[in-house]
Design a protein around this ligand. Structure first.
Ligand SMILES: Nc1ncnc2c1ncn2[C@@H]1O[C@H](COP(=O)(O)OP(=O)(O)OP(=O)(O)O)[C@@H](O)[C@H]1O
Ligand SMILES: [Mg+2]
Length: 287
């Protein structure tokens, strides 16, 4: 049997090894379907499984991840333009070891910065490469130009919808638009607020069938999250449900989904372009 010191040494080595940083954008067609709650609790689920996760709020104007976590960020992305401010200064500590970067209301301004400043700002994020296993971008509702750029520049897109027809229709509009910009894009579906697994499967099947028929595109499912009153209770307490109600149905579905996510990666480490690739693509799509 290995002794404790050996296990600790191994863990230290693992921690110090540079990680393959994967960039994931969480989006939806219709607003209010549960993107922010999903991003937050999915991120915490990854942390539970030993993955270092940085959550990035890129919602324009309506940033609310900080409210869901009950924290008031002291700095946000825009502060990186100040002399002597590094990425470590804007990285906030959230609950459950989650690390968080607030986009802040200046996000639209950021995207309008001149080349040189934008370069400087995004280059400042470089140290996160190899530091985090996963960087999750939580986007706002609707297809803003900024969100589209983030989706196109990420390694993968997680598309959240509920089983309601208007949400499904809007989710399909996102698939169609992303496919038209990049037919190779990796999109995985999360069906939130399902009342049964059957409802989740039916919703996925509907979207997958339409995408196959009209776009000849294969859409994968990442899983389902149960419709659960504990989610709203946790939101009111400004605490993530995975931490406050770890045994709730919603938490159980998140853990199952995280397990599936870790076992069925849609991109290999070689295909993962990481933060450098992301920044290069983001600049490309801005210009
Ligand atoms: N699985 C769930 N079960 C029950 N209620 C849920 C669930 N997921 C989300 N909700 C409810 O939906 C509300 C909106 O969720 P959330 O803020 O995560 O959506 P959003 O997609 O990020 O919204 P926006 O488009 O405005 O950014 C939550 O406050 C909660 O009340
Ligand atoms: Mg949101």
């Amino acid at each position: 049997m290995r002794d404790q010191a050996e296990q600790l040494r191994e863990r230290m080595q693992r921690t110090n090894q540079p990680r393959t940083t994967k960039l994931v954008t969480v989006t939806s067609g219709k607003g209010g379907v549960g993107k922010s709650n999903f991003s937050l609790n999915f991120g915490l689920g990854l942390i539970e499984r030993g993955h270092r996760t940085v959550l990035f709020d890129v919602d324009l104007g309506m940033a609310n991840l900080d409210v869901l976590m009950g924290i008031t960020p002291k700095k946000h992305l825009f502060h990186l333009l100040e002399p002597d401010t590094t990425v470590w200064d804007i990285l906030e500590k959230g609950p459950g070891n989650l690390e968080f970067i607030a986009g802040g209301s200046g996000f639209t301004q950021i995207m309008q910065l001149e080349d040189e400043k934008l370069d400087r700002l995004f280059s400042q994020l470089d140290p996160l490469q190899g530091y985090a296993d996963t960087i999750i971008f939580d986007t706002g509702a609707g297809l803003s130009n900024e969100s589209i750029r983030f989706m196109l520049a990420s390694d993968e897109v997680i598309l959240v919808t509920t089983p309601e027809p208007p949400a499904i229709t809007d989710a399909y509009a996102v698939i169609k638009m992303l496919h038209s910009r990049n037919p190779e894009i990796s999109i995985r579906l999360v069906i939130n607020r399902v009342t049964s697994e059957r409802e989740g499967i039916q919703t996925t099947d509907k979207l997958a069938m339409v995408a196959k028929r009209f776009l000849n595109m294969n859409i994968q499912s990442l899983g389902y999250v149960t419709d659960d009153s504990h989610v709203s209770k946790a939101v009111k307490q400004q605490r993530p449900f995975l931490l406050t109600y770890p045994d709730s149905q919603a938490s159980k579905s998140i853990r199952k989904l995280v397990g599936h996510y870790l076992q069925n990666s849609s991109t290999t480490p070689e295909q993962t372009s990481g933060l450098k690739g992301f920044i290069a693509k983001l600049k490309h799509f801005i210009r």
